[in-house]
Design a protein around this ligand. Structure first.
Ligand code: NAD
Length: 461
């Protein structure tokens, strides 16, 4: 799509919005139903596209990309009426007698830009919030997942009025053209580097943004936690989607004396998930492209590999890998890994582990495996992250009741469940006064002595 077409598309959406196309709850419900139908009818094609782009195992793709969004749609459908209801609030004596209401109001036309690792979920989950809240939306899928992008763009064009919802294929240049238009809300998921560019472009139009970015998610194992359970839960979160998950545990800090035993358990967990040769397992994904595979290969070059490390370039395969004895300052401990490599680092005291965690920019997620309540409180209190899972990985993003988002370098704003609806809604305050009663001292000339005024205020407040 060229610049003129993009400008026309955005203009069309603005007209659709100002013409009231999204105003009533019926229109929003219909849009959500359409999205649900798109997923149901397009499921087989979408799963095939995800397989082509990322070698996504069908179960992983279904659960994380389709069922997840369907859950968000079902919840929004059920709760739309109550979420949209204006909320009554007290207004106090200064405006007496009056009523106050807060109306959740749509922003207008939203732009949602997504990354390649969950190319459906990360566009459609925010979209549920945008549509439920009564916005129109333009989606920009990632060019690095071309099959999914192409399929989604076509399915949306077949089902939706482009005034309400459209998806535009393309890469950075297309994203830049879109960002050159005035949107009323921008929701971006991707790298922190591009997040900065998106925010700068949004500033030109004073457009509010949500930024869902990346980072290094620490995983901290305490003494006394069952190693087998920890190993299975860490392996699942780390190697799901071949480690290309923004909330995957990025590195593991573990008590020094447990390192070898834990690595044995981790290898056993991987064996039980994917067999002796994960390359031939239908349940293990692939790296998105050669460039990322080379980047990951570079990260483990010369490192002390505890297990894994095998690469098959033809298949874009990198085995589930653990690396030990990583020297301080190594990229594995400084940059987001975003692949199936787990650097492990021993610690002696919890304070030392926390110090290591807090040295790095704020992560999106933090994981702590511990049965000790006091230590759990301490770790939560003495660290910063977008979210936390205690005794598990990734599952903090599953309940729609828990808003999901980052902080600092890992982003700003949050979504999922009601939080998505709130993200795409403005809080519009409406005060309605009675035409009858007046507070006499409000208008000039101010004749009531200040002392009397203070006494009155103290009396009625
Ligand atoms: P990316 O930033 O390279 O690309 C994301 C999107 O931005 C794509 O649609 C791309 O076309 C667009 N883009 C690229 N260059 C642009 C530019 N100059 N101007 C405007 N738009 C541009 O990110 P990616 O590689 O697709 O995704 C990986 C990153 O995303 C990782 O850092 C990961 O942690 C993060 N991520 C975060 C979340 C989250 O929910 N917080 C989820 C998934 C991925």
């Amino acid at each position: 799509m060229n610049g003129d077409n993009i400008a026309g598309l955005v203009r069309g959406q603005r007209e659709f919005f100002s013409g009231g196309g999204t105003r009533g709850l019926e229109a929003r419900t219909e849009a959500l139903d359409k999205l649900q139908r798109l997923l149901r009818e397009g499921e087989a094609e979408l799963l095939a596209a995800l397989k082509a782009d990322l070698g996504k195992p069908e179960t992983e793709a279904y659960l994380s990309e389709i069922a997840f969004v369907e859950g968000e749609i079902a919840l929004a459908r059920k709760k739309l009426k109550s979420w949209s209801r204006p909320r009554r609030v007290r207004t106090g004596w200064l405006t007496f007698p009056a009523s106050g209401r807060i109306y959740p109001s749509p922003y207008g036309t939203a732009l949602i830009i997504g990354p390649w690792n969950y190319p459906l979920q990360l566009l459609l989950a925010p979209l549920v919030g945008a549509l439920a809240a009564g916005n129109t939306a333009v989606l920009k899928p990632s060019e690095l997942a071309p099959a999914t992008s192409r399929t989604l763009v076509r399915l949306i064009a077949e089902k939706f009025d482009p005034g309400l919802l459209a998806a535009v294929e393309g890469g950075a240049e297309t994203a830049r053209q879109l960002l050159g238009e005035k949107f009323d809300y921008i929701f971006y998921t991707g790298s922190s580097r591009v997040g900065r560019l998106v925010m700068a472009a949004a500033a030109e139009n004073l457009t509010p943004v949500t930024l869902e970015l990346g980072g290094k998610n620490p995983c901290l194992l305490d003494r006394g936690f069952d190693l087998k359970t920890a190993a299975r839960r860490i392996a699942w979160g780390k190697f799901f989607n071949a480690g290309q998950t923004c909330v995957a545990p990025d590195y593991l800090l573990l008590p020094r004396e447990l390192e070898s035993r834990f690595l044995e358990e981790l290898e056993a967990a991987i064996g039980s998930f994917y067999g002796d040769d994960p390359r031939s397992s239908p349940d293990y994904g692939r790296i998105i492209n050669e460039k990322h595979l080379n980047r990951l290969a570079g990260l483990i070059e010369g490192a002390e590999i505890a297990f894994g490390g095998e690469i098959d370039r033809g298949q874009k395969y990198l085995a589930p890998t653990a690396v030990r004895k990583v020297p301080d300052g190594h990229s594995l401990l400084e940059e987001e890994v975003f692949g199936p490599i787990l650097p492990v680092r021993p610690y002696d005291t919890l304070d030392e582990a926390l110090e290591f965690i807090n040295r790095l920019p704020c992560p999106l997620a933090l994981y702590f495996f511990s049965t000790d309540r006091k230590k759990r409180k301490k770790v939560i209190a003495e660290s910063i992250s977008g979210g936390v899972a205690v005794n598990d990985t990734i599952s903090q993003i599953l309940p729609p009741s828990l808003p999901f988002g980052g902080v600092g370098e890992s982003g700003m704003g949050s979504y999922h469940g009601r939080a998505s609806f709130e993200t795409f809604s403005r809080h519009r305050s409406v005060l309605t006064r009675s035409p009858r009663f007046e507070l006499p001292f409000r208008y000039p000339p101010y004749r009531t002595p200040l002392k009397t005024l203070k006494n009155i205020i103290n009396l009625i407040k």
